[in-house]
Ligand binder design. Sequence first.
Ligand SMILES: Nc1ncnc2c1ncn2[C@@H]1O[C@H](COP(=O)(O)OP(=O)(O)OP(=O)(O)O)[C@@H](O)[C@H]1O
Ligand SMILES: [Mg+2]
Length: 362
Amino acid sequence: MPELAITALQLSHFRSYKHARIEPDTGITALYGTNGAGKTNILEAISMLSPGRGLRRAAPGEIIRQPEALGWKVTAELHSLSERHEISTWAEGEASRNVEIDGKKATQVALGRLARMVWLVPVMDRLWVEGASERRRFLDRMVMSFHPSHAEATLSYEKSMRERNRLLKDQVRDTAWYDALEMQMAISGAEIANNRADVLARLQIAQDGAKTIFPTAALTLINAEPATAADLREAFSAGRERDLSAGRSLNGPHRVDLQAIYLAKGVEARSCSTGEQKALLISLILANARALRDDFGAAPILLLDEVTAHLDETRRHALFDEIEALKAQAWLTGTGPELFEALQGRATILKVIESESGSLIG
Ligand SMILES: Nc1ncnc2c1ncn2[C@@H]1O[C@H](COP(=O)(O)OP(=O)(O)OP(=O)(O)O)[C@@H](O)[C@H]1O
Ligand SMILES: [Mg+2]
């Protein structure tokens, strides 16, 4: 098994599942089944074992299996380097979710230290052509796999910024209040900026040295702010009047965008073909895995929903081979078993079906 892997996964009243248990004994687990069978729900359940709202960014209440509307729960045995942990997360009603690690109440950030993971989902097929916020989120998810405290810094930054925005909107002119909020935004903002710059450099190195058929992307951060807390504080303070006119904070790490250029062609990602755009994303995920393996000692868990869509056969097979070579645990989905034929004997291949009592894995 990979150095970082879920060795047992259990779902209870999670979306279409009343109950499910999977014990993968290979690095790659491939789930296939018809539309609506419950494949993505499994990946979403795994994503709830990392900080945040999971790969669909759902509210806890959405996840609860209907119509019973009992609380949902996801439990996993996690093998991480030489340790084993039992982790679980659950929620009832609209309340925010609970986390337990080895039987003790824990924070989501603590979860992020153990279960490093990154994902690709079909909505990201449009990542390079849509707004900056999705790209920023994609970048931050990769950053979190290296720096679990990035999640905390982001939350802290957003909390202070929301408060500052409220003051700006209400045209409050209380210097001391702004000073205090901007100080907090500057401290968290500098951490965010440094983490992002660090990970961007790591991804670049991991791409340059790689033996891969996936394209190399030259990455740049657009609108990146100065990276020291003092400079950021200065910038927030200098922008106060302008922000008062706008009624919101116009500069800071929340405005950063990720730009990628398909190097071999010298073309910006947004102008690439659909398949090329997908290949760029996969290339970044694989670079992330490579760099984290060298840094942390294990590749992150990869959740790749419908990842083979838009990939030709050569790229599909190369993806499987590269995941194997990286010794990463990967969870893949696809509608038919033929997509995973090349994985026969090398992966846990499971069929997901929809039944009257909910989704079943057989
Ligand atoms: N809270 C919920 N309670 C019960 N069922 C739910 C809930 N949320 C979603 N579902 C059901 O889960 C199913 C979707 O599962 P999922 O998205 O995992 O499908 P999939 O196998 O990935 O399909 P596709 O191939 O179309 O992507 C749908 O039938 C949906 O109605
Ligand atoms: Mg799906």
